[in-house]
Design a protein around this ligand. Structure first.
Ligand code: 48H
Length: 265
């Protein structure tokens, strides 16, 4: 009988290796590769995947969720404004009115639900994988160069691997890491006013939240920015621990890319 079968360590090992290899093989060529599993990346991935596209997310850390876990200064609640409440609800996160127009949610519930919905919608998340470069052609970015975060942390000289994507999203937050590497190493100008990274500005919540949405767009052929990376790239201010802009930016980048992908069919 099945419950009398002695557990076999090699079978457990084989199961994990085979399943992970499956994920790797199935995500060598994707429609959209997202860098960063913070709130913007998780929302973007979910909406793209729900629209039927193949999406992988690469996250440097062991945990997904980026800067959302800690709420504000480790007080583990987030604030979301009226306009974004529908996205919280869509992901099954329970929001509570603080005033008529300010909502709060438990930050741990918010991260957990965003991550669960992303995976269940079909997104593959590779955690502990860092994106160190892009794959380029003369006219556009066509993929990502990835390596184990452990290799990066240990400073080992180990060559990376590559994946191909029709579109790449930089959702790396304040550090805007993919845009930085493109600016440094890929010939051509960024689609910013100066052609360079404009840089994040000091806090102004209202303006920052509005600009996050305006700044959610393509910054180099094949490369979009979302979330905090959008403001860091296009020169918007930071907003503090209000997360509506991050959720709406994830949704917006998904809508933009879906339009492009549909246009290519
Ligand atoms: C793989 C990488 C790499 C890399 C970074 O910081 P995040 O939470 O980003 P957003 O834009 O979804 O949300 C921003 C929000 O958390 C925030 O910081 C706010 C609202 N700040 C306001 C303020 O005033 O301070 O997530 C980005 C994720 C992180 O998990 C990183 O580990 C990951 O991207 N990441 N993953 N390869 N090269 N670089």
């Amino acid at each position: 009988m099945a419950n009398n079968v002695e557990l076999n360590e090699i079978m457990i090992t084989r199961a994990i290796i085979d399943r992970y290899m499956e994920k790797l093989h199935q995500n060598l060529e994707v429609d959209v590769a997202i860098v960063g599993a913070g709130p913007a990346g998780l929302v973007a991935g979910t909406y793209l995947s729900r629209a039927g596209y193949k999406v992988s997310i690469y996250e440097r850390k062991l945990s997904v969720g980026g800067g959302m876990w800690g709420g504000g200064m480790l007080f583990n609640d987030i604030v979301v404004q009226e306009e974004a409440k529908r996205i919280l609800e869509d992901f099954g996160v329970r929001g509570r009115h603080f005033t008529e127009t300010y909502f709060t949610a438990d930050s741990i519930e918010a991260v957990s639900m965003l991550a669960a919905r992303a995976i269940q919608s079909g997104v593959t998340i590779f955690n502990c994988v860092s994106v160190e470069d892009v794959v380029m052609r003369p006219e556009r970015v066509i993929g990502l160069v990835i390596n184990w975060t452990a290799v990066e942390m240990a400073g080992l000289h180990v060559d990376p691997l590559a994946i191909r994507a029709k579109y790449v999203v930089d959702a790396t937050g304040h550090d805007t890491e993919v845009v930085k590497v493109v600016h440094r190493k890929v010939p051509g100008r960024l689609m910013t006013p100066s052609g360079n990274i404009e840089g994040e500005k000091s806090m102004w919540s209202d303006r920052a939240e509005k600009l996050t949405l305006e700044n959610t767009r393509e910054v180099f052929p094949g490369l979009f920015v979302a979330g905090m990376a959008a403001n860091a790239t296009f020169g918007g201010p930071r907003m503090g621990p209000i997360f509506g802009g991050m959720l709406l930016s994830g949704e917006k980048v998904a809508i933009h890319i879906i339009e492009r992908l549909k246009g290519e069919q």
